[in-house]
Design a protein around this ligand. Structure first.
Ligand code: G6P
Length: 614
């Protein structure tokens, strides 16, 4: 995790870096810092515990004029979040300053070796070891910084995106990447660098995404040079990123999360645009159609994902098994990668990731690729590592998601999975034409359906206050809505810090029902589907034990309106798309409970949006 930014050119670096860091705070926000080369050639380094706004206050009145600089916002891995462990890190002599996103796994061995050469350390981070290793190599070999970086990185095991500046050098940054993202923005005689291209979109739309094992020499006024760790030149591939600044702002909402929840009717329009034909109801996903043979002969589909993307994948499992009749497995990427999984040549592995940078998912992609499976990506961030590492894929196109709790990415992922199931089902002849057209029409209607769902949830703000007392929640659902229950529980946990557990409704009687009392609210997704009556029975069992029920029900359902303690109505759609609708009130419930409790919903404690460490 962590976010890094850099600038070299003709403008003042600090304001650019601070702005970029604010936008990267979703990647970590426990400490922040900047380093510049000042007028006299010295490195000015300023860092402190806290958020980027704390750093801004800390910088107030300090002499930070410079046209070169690097900055960092941290999510602690090695070493507590404090001033000393904040980045950038000086090398022992103070000649170099470095920022790092990732983990140097063999840092202890390297640290011991450096200590034996007399190096002393000011922090407990792995990153400080790297900057000292670079300095040591430069001193002992008398080589350039670029060469020393390459030599140091050949000794490093782990993940990194780094940027290094040098005392007396005010026109050059050396940057490198291995398994952590790094985009270089190209301006007129100036360069920007960032963990996420969108954070510097104000200045340029032209980007080069570093590949693993590449080192860049970023020099003001000179062409960008990229080499591999052996010093051989790499091709510089400039890509355009179309994104507007308004997509990165709150647009009048108090939090990004609330904005992103309310954006969903529009993000679904972007997601299905050009993919579902409103006249013919044909669904076209070029990523699938260009690789038809892979999906036609697929013996199995394996989803690999983490967090919310894993929940979306569980819905994907239902969709594909129901509409395509292909066996599906859904794996936590972190488990999959370490348990020697059986991967067959006719497996299709689908990696699902909003950021496209989650370290475990990326590693799972590599394993699947190595074993010869066809690997497909469902990502949001254009040009992200997973999007680039997969053979083909579909972007969800929901725009930048900044709130740490994922909302619009979840509905976008499920929407793509529904389209995927329709396309594959049609290719394989496992879906009836009538059903195909009905689901396609329901996809076209989804934006309106979501608008209605948001409308129905208007009074949730008042209603949520009632539940701020609770220390535990249970979320129940069945079939397509069991993953929705998991996702609803995750939203509440993430941002309100209330413990919540999602369960298949019928599993209650196998243990969890023992937890029920008047203090434990149970949220039940009980919309009118094939398991409705069974869910109603589960509700009765909880009520009989004094439990309080918050039910998400279909509009017009009078039966449950009488039985549940609190009801939230949602409009109906095709059963297989229902999770996209029923998650809306659960996102809002979590949001309002958390804001009533005074939580920072966009930056909940201990979390980061993009988990680039394992
Ligand atoms: C983190 C985020 C979650 C996200 C998960 C997977 O834990 O806080 O919101 O679902 O990573 O991220 P990805 O970008 O791979 O979807």
């Amino acid at each position: 995790m962590c976010g890094i930014v850099g600038y070299v050119g003709h403008r003042q670096a600090c304001p650019i870096i601070i702005k970029g860091l604010h936008r990267l705070e979703y990647r970590g926000y426990d400490s922040a810092g900047v380093a510049i080369v000042d007028q006299s050639g010295e490195i000015g380094l300023y860092k402190c515990k806290g958020k980027v706004s704390d750093l801004e206050r800390f910088l107030d009145g300090k002499a930070t004029e410079s046209t070169i600089g690097i900055g960092h916002t941290r999510w602690a891995t090695h070493g507590a979040p404090n001033d000393a462990n904040a980045h950038p890190h000086f090398s022992s002599s103070g000649r170099l300053a470095l920022i790092h996103n990732g983990i140097i796994e063999n840092f202890r061995v390297l640290k011991d070796a450096l200590k034996s050469h007399g190096y002393e350390f000011r922090s407990s981070t792995d990153s400080e070891v790297l900057v000292n290793l670079i300095e040591y190599i430069q001193d002992t070999n008398g080589c350039s910084l670029e060469e020393a970086v390459r030599m140091a990185l050949r000794q490093v095991v782990g993940a990194y995106a780094i940027a290094v500046i040098e005392r007396g050098v005010s026109d050059r940054i050396i940057a490198a990447r291995e398994s952590s993202p790094m985009a270089i923005g190209i301006g007129e005689g100036e360069y920007f660098l960032s963990s996420d291209a969108s954070s510097i979109i104000d200045y340029t739309h032209n980007f080069v995404y570093l590949n693993d094992g590449e080192v860049a020499v970023i020099e003001k006024g000179k062409p960008l040079q990229i080499k591999n760790l052996s010093g051989e030149m790499s091709h510089v591939d400039i890509q355009k990123l179309e994104l507007s600044i308004s997509q990165l702002e709150k647009g009048g909402y108090p939090h990004f999360m609330l904005k992103e929840i309310h954006e969903q009717p529009d993000t679904i329009v972007d997601c299905i645009r050009g993919r579902v034909n409103p006249d013919t109801k044909e669904v076209i996903l070029s990523g699938v159609l260009d690789n038809q043979d892979k999906f036609l002969k697929a013996g199995r589909i394996i989803f690999v994902a983490c967090g919310t993307s894993w929940h979306a994948s569980l819905i994907g499992e239902h969709l594909i098994e129901n509409l395509c009749r292909i066996p599906v497995e859904v794996e936590y990427a972190s488990e999959f990668r370490y348990r020697n999984p059986i991967i067959r040549k006719d497996d299709v592995v689908i990696a699902v990731s909003q950021s496209g940078e989650t370290a475990d998912t990326l590693a799972a992609v590599e394993i699947a690729r190595r074993e010869g499976a066809f690997v497909y990506g469902i990502c949001n961030v254009i040009g992200s590592s997973i999007a680039r590492a997969t053979a083909s894929g579909t972007y969800i196109h929901v725009g930048p998601e900044i709130g740490v709790a994922s909302t619009k990415a979840f509905t976008g992922q499920v929407t793509v999975m529904a389209m995927l199931a329709l396309v594959i089902g049609k290719l394989r002849g496992t879906i009836e034409e009538e059903k195909y057209h009905k689901v396609a029409q329901a996809l076209l209607d989804l934006p309106d359906t979501l608008r209605k769902a948001l409308d129905c949830s208007k009074n949730l703000e008042n209603f949520a206050k009632i539940f701020t007392y609770a220390h535990n929640f249970i979320y129940l659902g069945r079939g397509y809505n069991y993953p929705t229950a998991l996702e609803g529980a995750l939203k509440l946990k993430e941002i309100s810090y209330i413990h919540a557990e999602g369960l298949p409704a019928a599993e209650m009687k196998h243990g969890p029902i023992a937890l029920i009392d008047a203090e434990m609210p149970t949220v039940v997704i009980a919309t009118l589907d094939r398991t409705y009556e069974k869910t109603v029975s589960n509700i009765e069992e909880i009520k009989a034990r004094g439990g309080k029920i918050i039910a998400v029900i279909s509009q017009g359902d009078t039966q449950l309106r009488k039985r549940a303690d609190y009801c939230i109505e949602v409009p109906s759609t095709e059963e297989c798309l229902m999770p996209i609708v029923s998650i809306i009130p659960l996102q809002l419930l979590a949001y309002y409970v958390a804001t009533c409790k005074g939580r920072n919903v966009d930056q909940p404690r201990n979390l980061a949006k993009s988990v680039t460490v394992e």
